[in-house]
Design a protein. Structure first.
Length: 115
């Protein structure tokens, strides 16, 4: 089955950290730009961070710059999102996908930041 499987979410206090993982199953993503997205209750899904296959091009949403770090391990078909200095407004379900060749969204992983 072709899918992305996200994990690593949880409940954390403001100022804390989490590391999310996204594993590609049934497809190869070594040559694809990959991205993390999030969707908070009542909001549209938004792009959080993106990384090129060579890791030379990395972009972040203004709201997470300096706090989040995206990385990837092509051999493991895995993309990571290190989230530091978490804020309550980071509370959302986090998803990964390929921005230029999207597949159906996975279940995501829920991040809840308490104040």
């Amino acid at each position: 089955q072709v899918q992305f499987v996200e994990s690593g979410g949880g409940l954390v206090q403001a100022g804390g950290s989490l590391r999310l993982s996204c594993v590609a199953s049934g497809l190869t993503v070594s040559w694809d730009r990959m991205a993390w997205y999030r969707q908070a209750p009542g909001n549209e899904r938004e792009l959080v961070a993106a990384i090129s296959s060579s890791r030379e091009s990395i972009d972040y949403a203004d709201s997470v710059k300096g706090r989040f770090t995206i990385s990837r391990d092509n051999a493991r078909k895995t993309v990571y999102l290190q989230m530091n200095s978490l804020k309550p407004e980071d509370t959302a379900v986090y998803y990964c996908n390929r921005p230029y060749a999207m597949i159906p969204w996975g279940k995501g992983t829920l991040v809840t930041v308490s104040s």
